[in-house]
Design a protein around this ligand. Sequence first.
Ligand code: PLP
Ligand code: SF4
Length: 423
Amino acid sequence: MALEKMSLQDLQRQLSLDRADELKQRIVPYLAEVKGIPTGKTLALEYAEKRERILAYFGATLQDWENWRWQMRTRISDVQTLDAIMDGPMMSSDPKAYSAWMEQIAKVGSTYRWAISPYYLSLMDWTNPTDPIAVQGLPSLPEIDSDTGEEDPMGEAVTSPAPCITRRYPDRLIINVTNVCGMYCRHCQRRRNIGEVDVQNSREDLAAALEYVRANPEIRDVLITGGDALMLSDQTLEWLLSELHGMEHVEIKRLGTRAPVTLPQRVTPKLVKILAKYPPLYINTQFNHPKEVTADAKKAVDRLISAGVVMGNQAVLLKGVNADPHIMKKLNQDLLKIRVRPYYLFHAKHVKGTTHFVPSIQEGLNIMRELRGFTSGLAVPTYIVNAPNGGGKTPLLPQYLLSLDEEKAVLRTWEDKVVTIDN
Ligand SMILES: *Cc1c(COP(=O)(O)O)cnc(C)c1O
Ligand code: SF4
């Protein structure tokens, strides 16, 4: 009896060990690749060195660096300044490539403006125009080379029932409070509104937007964004939040901001104190690459979480930045480490000047396929395509349901095993 039990156990253990070996094999390619992916953690020293060089150039102090208004004021937006700061290793090793890079920035910059915070510049590889930080922050030729893409593919102009409002869903809406951002992301889908002239929407318009919410009791979820919601002053933000907080039918409030990524200094103790007063508050940000998950970003996120804010991430799938299964997996895992839950992965739209960023939907699906099962479900965002003309967010999933009839469902597992279950 005891012997039979032992041998069954032994058999089960042996099968489990074999299976564990098989699973171990599944992660080998990732483990080999991930060592080569630069992250905010592995580059911490380099970032600090660059911070010192930038501070020296501006004759500024660490205290200035920590001040978000200094970061905004000191944004780099012309090639002369950029060149004066970055002029270094690449200049001496490959002066031709370096000046071609600078010329390209100057040329494209005369069509589309750019501006990056000293902080975000400190994350950049100054010798590499294809660095994911450079690609997101500095202009490049494809922006003006291609004529494809539309100006307003989201149809935002025809889904605005009141000033500043975009409504596409039954129970929730967006209030666009400003078109100002810490950085003019090169891939920005709202390029039509962002990155030309800075406009803070007027108090009257914002008040009219609040009135619309007040008058429509089915609205239970209000998303304050832009632009970047945290580009508002503490005062204006508090006014909006307290007004919404006072409406009984508004169950949750959300902010959309890239500040934790491009301008973490914005998350001050004072701001956090205000946010803590108006729960439940959800903040979605936009980390696109593991290089952006820095100690400063973590500090900003920690502060927000300590105020009771629930953090999520809405990455954009971008060629040359994160359209790669290993980079995407690393990004989402690193976000979990700082308690930011991957929420959406957006398939970029064909917006004029940004089409060079857009991968194929098949590439996006392949990335999703390499996440599910291979890593924590918490690290798997929903892959979203925005339907044209304000049709709304449409989720895409690799095929897991191979066929379905009245009796059977044929499924594909994450490991590509085909199984049949009763319906
Ligand atoms: C994205 C979006 C929302 C929020 O959508 P969720 O799927 O709930 O995150 C709400 N309103 C508009 C207009 C949007 O574009
Ligand atoms: S933060 Fe968002 S809205 Fe602002 S430029 Fe970047 S992508 Fe566009």
